[in-house]
Every structure is written in C-alpha cells, then in structure tokens.
Design a protein around this ligand. Structure first.
Ligand code: F6P
Length: 430
C-alpha cells in the first residue's frame, strides 16, 4: 500500500510537516502500545495478528463440501457481512458462484432474493459472533423456510461462523452443520481477514494465502514512525486533520470493485472512533461517479473534511473507439482506464487547488495481495488513530440502546428504551 500525504501539508485544515514530526513521537509510543497488545493478543489488538493466526487451510477444508455451489448468500450484518462482501465483490469474476448478501431486513429485498435463488445449488453462509443478532437470525429463518418450502434440505446447504455459544452455535450442534469459529478478541469490523470474511472468499475460490500475504507485508511495515509506515501515515494524518476540524473523511475509491470496501471502511472508522463526542464521519463516495455529485460539496462546502482517494496502479483496460463526435475526438483511441486515471488526478488536484486536504492511497492491483494490504492497512491506521485519540477503539456501546428499544417494541423484553419510543416529540407536516 502506498500512501501520499503531500496534499495535507497545505489547505484548510492542514497539517504541517513540523506538526507531523512532533506527532511522530506520540506515534512511536502508540506503536509500542499496539505491539504490546498484539504480543498479548489483547481484545482488539489481536485483529492485527490475523496474518499469522488465520487458518487458511482450516477454512478451505471447512467449506470444501460447498465447492459445487452456484450461489452463496452471506446472512449477517455489520462486520459479519461487510468483510465477506468486500472480498467477494472486489475479487469476483464471471465463473465464480454468484454472491449475495442479506445484511438488512427489508422484506421486499429478502423476498425477491429468496424467490430468485437456485436454492438447491446455494450455500447459505450464516455469520454472527453473538448468535443473537435479530436481523441475521430473522433472515436465516426466512431463507431456511424458503429452502424447506422448495424441498431443499437446508442442513446440506448451510454453513455457520459464530462464537463458542449462542443460538447459531446451538443450531450448528443440533443439526451437525459445518461451522467455523469467529476468532477470539477480534471485533466484527476488524474480522475480514479471519473466518468471518475468508470463508465466503474461499467458497468463491479466491487465494486466501495471497490475501494474508498482502496483510502480512503491511504488518511488517508497522514501525515507530509514521514516515516509515503507510498505515500509520494514514492513521496519524487523519487524526491530526480531525484535530484541526476535518470531522468528515470522504472515502472515494476509483474502482467499482472497491465500492463495498468504502462501506466496510465506514463501519471500521465510525464504530471504532466515534466515542466520547470524538470521531471522524466516513462518507462513502465512488470515483469518477461522485465527481458529478458530492465533489461540489467537497470543494465548495464547509472546510470540515478530507478526501481519501484510492486507486489501483494497474487495472484491466478498455479502449475508447475513435469518434468524429464534435469536440470528443480527443477521447477516441484513448481508454477508459486512462480517462479514469486522468479524472482521479484531476480531482485530486482540484481539491488541492481549493485547499481541501486529500490523501492518495494506491495498491498495485485490486487482487488478493493488494486487498490484503489495503484492508490490513486501514485496520492498523484505525487502531493507531484510536490510540492517538485515546478512545476505546474496540467497543461499540452506543449501538445497544436501539437494539433494546427494537426488542422491547417487538415484545422481546421489558426495556425502558422501548417506552422512550412512545414519547417521541412529533410535529407532522402532511
Ligand atoms: O456478529 P454479530 O454478533 O451478529 O454482530 C454483527 C454486528 O453488530 C455489531 O455488534 C453492532 O451491533 C457490530 O459490531 C457487528 O459487526
């Protein structure tokens, strides 16, 4: 992973080279803390050990019975779905099993998918660390019911990744389902390079070893200085910019295959760093599309953001045919890749010209190795940012209130949060 922070040195807000050098002393101390947490496999820090601790052979063996699948449906939510989605969407090619994700409970979407799947040739990859997540279990029950209605033995088509205890573990034991363990000490948003994300990638036939090699190479670059570690350069720079008012971070990959990556990044960044009134709001964008959309705000809106531009240095290309269309002849004979790269560089320069801080992240290609570098690099950047901001990076207490309220509304218990729902202030305009 290559990180270019040159475009944060000027602009509004900006971080001077001197400031980064002063911050580097704190980065060194944070790196010591991170390395100590890794050495002791402490909760959260253990995620940064996954390049060594993930058992690729064990994952491949566990999913081997599903090698014939025509489709794979990952039933999970948050980090229990986004990791698998990021990997399978980024690496998908035409002869892979079709990949689908049920990470929401929109009845129309779930029904449409359940009714369109080749159920007898589909593997259902149910992922939940807790085994209690309402959306995941509800969707699983719906898909199981659809399989039974179609005369498909769901126990032959279901694979579980879960914690040591809970409903899913009980279900797997009761029906002798193939099951993998979610890794100890790894929060869901940091689990893409574990069973949680890799099982789906393995079912699709992707190279787990190359993914983990890319991650290991990024791990090897972690050092006591942000000037020697791409991941720490990104984590320290985004932290310093947030300290100076950049409270939004627009993640803008210039590759359709990285669109899910931006969604994965949003959970990682928001759920890890949004604590104690602090944090940096991740905005999901896509290049070049959002040059015709959100870029207006990025360039001319409030000076409260940075833009992260991500691209592969190499990509498959497609020529643009010659044309005599008035004023467009310059495009003919060029290529879509050249156009996309020109737009990437033009957007980067347009942000700099407007004084909007931006960071360029490049990987060699969107392949297993490049993805391993990028995903691990973002996780390490997030952990460093959390150390610098002195927040509890690996917890997510704020999400629990809504869960209790919803459960109370559905009669799942007596929760004061559900009572609070009834007390909503209303001012309806119709
Ligand atoms: O894997 P589980 O336990 O179903 O949790 C799914 C997601 O829900 C959260 O716990 C938040 O509610 C995330 O941190 C997690 O990725």
């Amino acid at each position: 992973m290559h990180v270019d922070i040159g475009n944060v040195l000027d602009g509004t807000p900006s971080v001077s080279r001197d400031s980064l050098e002063r911050l580097d002393e704190t980065v060194a101390a944070a790196h010591e803390r991170i390395e100590s947490g890794r050495a002791d496999a402490e909760h959260g820090y253990a995620a940064l050990n996954l390049p060594e601790t993930a058992d690729a052979d064990g994952i491949r063996a566990a999913v081997e019975p599903f090698g014939d699948a025509e489709a794979i449906v990952t039933v999970g939510i948050g980090g229990s779905a986004l990791g698998a989605a990021t990997l399978t969407e980024a690496l998908a090619d035409e002869d892979d099993p079709d990949a689908y994700y049920l990470d929401n409970v929109d009845p129309e979407h779930v029904s449409t998918l359940a009714e369109s799947l080749p159920l007898s040739e589909t593997v259902v990859n149910v992922v939940s660390r807790s085994g209690t997540t309402a959306e995941t279990l509800s969707n699983f029950l719906v898909v199981r019911d659809a399989m039974e209605a179609a005369g498909v033995d769901w126990t032959d088509r279901t694979f579980v990744t879960t914690g040591e205890e809970g409903n899913l573990r009980n279900l797997a034991e009761k029906h002798d389902l193939p099951a993998l363990d979610v890794p100890e000490g790894v929060p869901g948003r940091f689990s893409v390079l574990s069973t949680v994300g890799l099982a789906a990638a393995a079912i699709q036939g992707h190279d787990l070893d190359a993914l983990l090699t890319g991650a290991a190479e990024e791990a090897d670059r972690l050092s006591g200085s942000l000037f020697d570690s791409p991941a720490y350069a990104y984590g320290a720079t985004t932290y310093a910019l947030a300290q100076r008012g950049a409270l939004t971070n627009a993640m803008m990959p210039y590759a359709e295959s990285l669109e899910y990556f931006a969604e994965w990044f949003a959970q990682l960044w928001a759920e890890s760093l949004g604590k104690d009134g602090l944090g940096q709001t991740p905005a999901r964008a896509l290049g070049a599309t959002d040059q015709h959309s959100q870029l207006q705000l990025y360039r001319a809106g409030p000076r409260d953001k940075l833009v992260t531009l991500v691209r592969p240095r190499e990509r498959e290309d497609r020529e643009i045919p010659e044309t005599d269309l008035q004023g467009l002849s310059y495009l003919g004979g060029s290529s879509l890749g050249e156009l996309l790269d020109a737009e990437f560089e033009a957007t980067e320069a347009s942000l700099a010209a407007a004084g909007v801080p931006n960071v360029r992240i490049e990987i060699d290609r969107v392949d297993e190795r490049g993805l391993g570098e990028l995903l691990y690099g973002m996780e390490a950047a997030c952990v460093l940012y959390g150390e610098l901001a002195n927040v509890s990076t690996f917890t997510q207490p704020a999400v629990e209130w809504g869960k209790r309220a919803a459960r109370g509304l559905l009669g799942g218990g007596d929760f004061e949060e559900a009572d609070a729902v009834a007390e909503k202030t209303t001012l309806v305009v119709e």
